[in-house]
Design a protein around this ligand. Structure first.
Ligand SMILES: [Zn+2]
Length: 119
């Protein structure tokens, strides 16, 4: 067993945290239509908001509607680590290559099956 699940678990938890924060930011960025009303009182929070807004914009297009799906995939991967099924393709049962897990720690399919699934 050549997969360092402890390290990948840490990576998954970090990524989950990041996606959740990004998701929260996305929601805060689109609170409705009260444009400009709170500018006078919001100056204190402004620096922090600018910083997170930049981060939010960066990942906006990669996450967007996918964020919740990514979180559920990360949760599923964490569960597979718990149950000892981690790193095995959910479709064909073969081992998922380590490079693929490094690049995409919540992958549940090997590349072949993923390609088939995507048509
Ligand atoms: Zn497979």
């Amino acid at each position: 067993m050549g997969i360092d699940t402890e390290r990948l678990r840490a990576t998954l938890l970090e990524e989950r945290d990041r996606v959740e924060k990004a998701l929260a930011n996305l929601r805060e960025d689109h609170p409705g239509n009260e444009e400009g009303e709170e500018i006078a009182t919001a100056s204190e929070n402004h620096l922090a908001e600018t910083a997170t807004a930049t981060l939010g914009r960066e990942i906006d297009y990669t996450l967007g509607d996918n964020a919740e799906q990514v979180i559920s995939e990360i949760d599923a991967a964490l569960q597979r680590i718990e149950s000892g099924d981690y790193g095995v393709c959910a479709s064909c049962g073969r081992e998922i290559p380590r490079e693929r897990l490094e690049a995409n720690p919540w992958a549940s399919l090997c590349i072949d099956c993923k390609r088939k699934a995507e048509g």
